[in-house]
Design a protein around this ligand. Structure first.
Ligand code: CUA
Length: 152
């Protein structure tokens, strides 16, 4: 099979761009210690808002988005905690953004997205809905409170 010279060039450029993209993704994952979100098989367990403490610094949060709130709304964890967020929606598509931690996920009805975040410093981390979801969108937020101001 003979490939046209020009077509070959386009193919090489395309593959290089894809390669660069994957490289950047893996580089960012290492450099910023970000976890790539996963999509899990749907399971009703995750539709019940919950905070599970697995041990002193490991937590699971089942976060449920709906018009226009996240449940649980306040998540208290100690410094150094590793938190697995399992995210779903009760209705429309919502966003789930923790800007300080480079977390960017979508809450979608009928699907479960998961990411892991390590909270090394005390503070209040805002969780914000960054996908327009109706009139209450701008008030849709929650907080991760790490040892501050009222540690539990
Ligand atoms: Cu939920 Cu915007």
């Amino acid at each position: 099979m003979k490939i046209d010279k020009f077509e070959k060039r386009v193919l090489i450029i395309t593959l290089s761009v894809i390669g660069l993209f994957i490289f950047s993704l893996l580089y960012a994952k290492n450099k910023y210690q970000t976890d790539l979100p996963e999509c899990l098989p749907y399971n009703k367990v995750y539709t019940e808002p919950k905070i599970n403490k697995l041990d002193s610094t490991t937590y699971q949060v089942f976060s449920v988005a709906s018009m226009w709130q996240f449940e649980p709304g306040e998540i208290y964890v100690p410094v150094g905690s590793e938190v697995d967020f399992y995210l779903t929606s009760k209705d429309v598509v919502h966003g789930f953004n923790i800007a300080q931690k480079n977390v960017n996920m979508m809450a979608v009805y009928g699907s479960i997205n998961k990411t892991t975040v390590k909270f090394d410093k005390p503070g209040v981390y805002d969780i914000v809905c960054h996908e327009y979801c109706g009139v209450g969108h701008q008030n849709m937020r929650a907080q991760v409170i790490v040892n501050y101001p009222t540690a539990k």
